[in-house]
Design a protein around this ligand. Structure first.
Ligand code: C5P
Length: 394
């Protein structure tokens, strides 16, 4: 999603400028081309050298001391997105009034790219009608706002006005750039591990927590899709996503097939491959000794979807492997007639079940494959949906 996108990172003078350093790092790690533009007061909080070292280009600080004779128009015209984090009351006011009094305001006024503004200031300033009116005006003009949080502010104060977390700003940038490419599409996502009953209290299960599936559902929603999430976990429904709760592979099978008309189906769930042939109606007593479990295969939902696949539909499977990642993924693509297999080596550190991060290789039926290095599950979701988007427009 962010690879090779030109992002101007505006940094203004507030204590939260240190968080812009983390944001810069996250954007560069995601492959974005980041050009910091610092106001004079930003440089009192964080040194230019810090951004010079981390960003894709040295930080820019002035219209007049720049090698480019017209840096603001060059920056404004070539940016894919401008984010201002932190944004002070001063920059918000100048931008809203069209006053170009430094390189950053000049760049903001010289661009047609989407702009994300992330205010940070003391509560009194944040609540001042002038600031609120300026923000309203900017929002009416299509500027994206990442509202500040409540929390500790400079000087030990507590209240609204703390800069949003770099992760939240990163997500807003992704949402803004995704530009609704799944608008009008229906997306069905499955999440979590299934539980196959042994008796009313015991089950055969796996370590899946559903985090990757939820991230896919959230990302698809942010891209404008109508999303249904079939989930085995009790986590809160992502905003605007319909959630259908299931427990077993059989229930997931029924819920998915009922909705198999979706334009895109992402089978992120870790569906059990085997289940007890019979489940006892009552709790098996310990004194009876360990039960002899006889297992049978569950329906392979992904393979069934592949067999039923309608023209233009995109089906994505996940493959959690501990060895021979590539050959297993390739054979799954063919065997199950699916478009994409997202393979992860769940034995690697911080990868797969329960972690907030993942590292995957995306295998596409046309033979393309792409490795996505360790990053948040949301970022992995964006990469998967980028691939889906490319297949949909073919
Ligand atoms: O073949 P394997 O089970 O490793 O494939 C994993 C993929 O298949 C995942 O996308 C999972 O959701 C799906 N799957 C399924 N039905 C099963 C087992 C796995 O749809 N019974």
């Amino acid at each position: 999603m962010l690879a090779n996108r030109r992002i101007v990172l505006g940094v203004t003078g507030g204590i939260a400028a240190y968080k812009a350093v983390l944001l810069c790092r996250m954007l560069v790690d995601a492959g974005a081309h980041v050009i910091p533009v610092m106001t004079e007061s930003a440089q009192r909080f964080v040194g230019k050298a810090t951004f010079d070292a981390l960003a894709s280009e040295p930080a820019r600080t002035s219209i007049f001391d720049d090698p480019d004779p017209i840096p603001h128009t060059t920056l404004g015209q070539t940016a894919d997105l401008i984010v201002v984090a932190p944004a002070t009351a001063r920059i918000i006011g100048s931008y809203a009034s069209g006053i170009s009094d430094d390189l950053l305001t000049a760049t903001l006024i010289a661009t047609r790219a989407p702009v994300v503004i992330c205010p940070a200031m003391h509560t009194e300033m944040w609540e001042h009608p002038a600031v609120q009116d300026n923000l309203k005006l900017l929002e009416q003009r299509g500027v994206h706002l990442v509202a500040p949080e409540e929390g500790h502010l400079a000087g030990g104060d507590l209240g609204a006005g703390r800069l949003a977390a770099p992760e939240a700003i990163y997500e807003a940038i992704e949402n803004t750039l995704s530009n609704g490419d799944l608008q009008g599409r229906t997306v069905l996502v499955t999440a979590g591990g299934t539980r196959e009953a042994i008796d009313p209290v015991r089950y055969v299960g796996n370590r899946s927590t559903g985090k990757q599936g939820y991230a896919v559902a959230e990302a698809a929603k942010a891209r404008g899709a109508t999303v249904t999430l079939i989930s085995t976990v009790a986590a809160a429904a992502p905003n605007g996503v319909e959630v259908v709760r299931v427990e077993s592979a059989a229930q997931m099978h029924a819920a998915v097939l009922e909705r198999s008309e979706a334009d895109v189906i992402v089978m992120t769930a870790a569906v059990a491959d085997f289940r007890p042939v019979t489940a006892s109606d009552s709790k098996i007593k310990k004194v009876e000794g360990p039960p002899k479990l006889k297992l049978e295969p569950t329906p392979d939902i992904l393979a069934e979807l592949g067999a039923l696949k309608k023209p233009g539909q995109v089906i994505v499977g996940f493959a959690a492997e501990t060895e021979d990642l590539a050959s297993h993924a390739q054979s799954k693509l063919e065997r199950k007639n699916v478009d994409v297999i997202v393979a992860n080596d769940v034995s690697a550190p911080e990868v797969g079940f329960a972690y907030d991060t993942n590292e995957v290789t995306i295998f596409v039926a046309d033979g393309c494959q792409r490795h996505v290095s360790l990053r948040s599950k949301r970022q992995i979701a964006e990469e998967v949906l980028d691939t889906v988007g490319q297949i949909l427009v073919r």
